[in-house]
Design a protein around this ligand. Structure first.
Ligand SMILES: [Zn+2]
Length: 435
């Protein structure tokens, strides 16, 4: 067992050990709860009500078991680490968080969309100010699901753009040392189950049953607590990076450049050359800086949907399958379907919620070639004026398989590449690098 935290132990060694001991040897474990059960009185939650006091806080704290109005726990995929922290003796299970000085570094909203039960169903629009707005709920522990802060980001490609003369430091958005001033928001998923069900064209009951069965029964309350409409899924969230003044984002008279980017750790962080993810992301940041320097705003939303939301293990399995069968562009999507049973699990229908949270009505330059993303955004009521493809010179040699396959699949935004004969596109052979 890891060494327990000395700081925690020294502050309350007796009570902490006693409480932890009780939590580890608890005799009674409730497998699920039921409506009307003794002690079960969830705080009312009226999703989509524009008055936050009437809407009510999303209550998910383990300390508020009887008053919870959400299924699941905060932290997305990290939720289980709380249990490990207690097991390791590093966290007192009765410790309540202190949110002093954590309020947003920049105000966002509220916007009309926050009071629309259909526009935002996968995040809590009040999540960034929950601790402040609901501070009057003295008997509840309300946990933020969004945090807004400011940062400088320093990216080699942006330095390259400065050297090449494409970008010029202005001392405010792009600093003399090449770093960029950004406002950023980390967002955890909060699903309003009736709204998510509607997006997928199924009943709420069907969605609940599918979520229950496909997680091997991990969340019995999806079935037993149909009175609880919010679900905090054990998935990754999203991060919004804003360039320029965030307050201009809802203003249709001020230009907005935007990319919605799905996580690709291999390329985004480690520079894998099999896809265009990092080069396209960097191009989007460059475009965002240019728009912000002209008085507009730039936005990059980074979604934790690794490997088309199939995960990195599936993704690498697909890489092997591709490379061992000649890596033809015509087989690009088939390889994923063969391994995972589905070509793509990102389901962009949920993606526009963050755009509505930011009050966006129009995107002037949309830095993406994806039809799925474009269609989802336009269908949700946001206008897209122009689509910006990735410049040809930024495509790694081995990534032409990906781009050409997407063009062949009808990606409208990729029509600048219509001269490509997709039947001839082939990637580097697996044997060339030991697969
Ligand atoms: Zn990628």
């Amino acid at each position: 067992m890891p060494e327990p935290s000395k700081r925690v132990r020294s502050s309350s060694v007796d009570s902490f050990e006693a409480v932890r001991g009780r939590s580890l040897t608890r005799r009674y474990v409730s497998l699920t709860s039921h409506p009307g059960q003794s002690g079960v009185q969830p705080r009312a939650l009226h999703w989509g009500c524009n008055d936050p006091q009437v809407r009510g806080p999303v209550v998910s704290s383990v300390h508020d078991a009887g008053k919870r109005n959400a299924i699941g726990v905060n932290g997305g995929a990290y939720g289980v680490y709380r249990a490990l922290a207690i097991a390791a003796g590093a966290l007192n299970p009765t410790k309540k968080p202190n949110f002093a000085n954590t309020e947003p570094a920049f105000p966002i909203g509220p916007y009309d969309t926050w009071g629309d039960a259909k526009k935002i169903v996968t995040m809590d629009p009040w999540g960034a100010v929950a601790a402040q707005v609901f501070s009057n709920e003295k008997d509840l522990e309300v946990l933020p699901t969004i945090a807004i802060t400011k940062a400088h980001i320093d990216i080699p490609e942006i330095r390259d753009a400065i050297r090449a003369g494409r970008l010029k430091p202005d001392g405010k958005i792009l600093l003399a040392d090449g770093s960029i001033n950004v406002t950023k928001a980390a967002i955890e998923p909060v699903w309003y189950l009736p709204g998510v069900a509607e997006r997928f064209g199924v009943s709420e009951a069907e969605l609940r049953e599918l979520l229950f069965t496909e997680t091997n029964g991990s969340y019995p309350e999806l079935i037993t607590r149909t009175d609880l409409k919010a679900f905090l899924p054990p998935t990754g969230g999203q991060t919004a990076y804003i360039f320029g003044d965030p307050a201009t984002i809802p203003d249709v008279n001020v230009p907005l450049t935007c990319r919605v980017h799905d996580e690709c750790n291999g390329s985004d962080v480690f520079g894998s050359d099999i896809c265009t993810c990092r080069p396209y992301l960097m191009h989007a940041i460059e475009e965002c800086v240019l728009t912000a320097q002209k008085g507009g705003a730039g936005l990059v939303v980074y979604f934790r949907k690794e490997g088309r939301a199939l995960g990195e293990v599936t993704k690498y399995l697909v890489y092997n399958a591709r490379k061992r069968t000649g890596d033809k562009a015509t087989e690009y999507f088939n390889c994923t379907a063969q391994v995972a049973g589905v070509e793509d699990s990102r389901f962009q229908a949920m993606m526009p919620d963050v755009l509505h949270w930011l009050g966006i009505k129009r995107i002037d330059r949309f830095v993406s070639m994806s039809n799925m993303k474009y269609d989802a955004i336009v269908k949700s009521g946001i206008e897209i004026v122009e689509r910006v493809p990735i410049p040809k010179e930024l495509i790694p040699a081995d990534a032409h398989v990906e781009i050409d396959a997407k063009v062949a699949a009808g990606y409208e935004g990729g029509k600048v590449y219509s001269d490509v004969d997709v039947t001839k596109t082939q990637g580097r052979a697996g044997k060339d690098f030991g697969i």
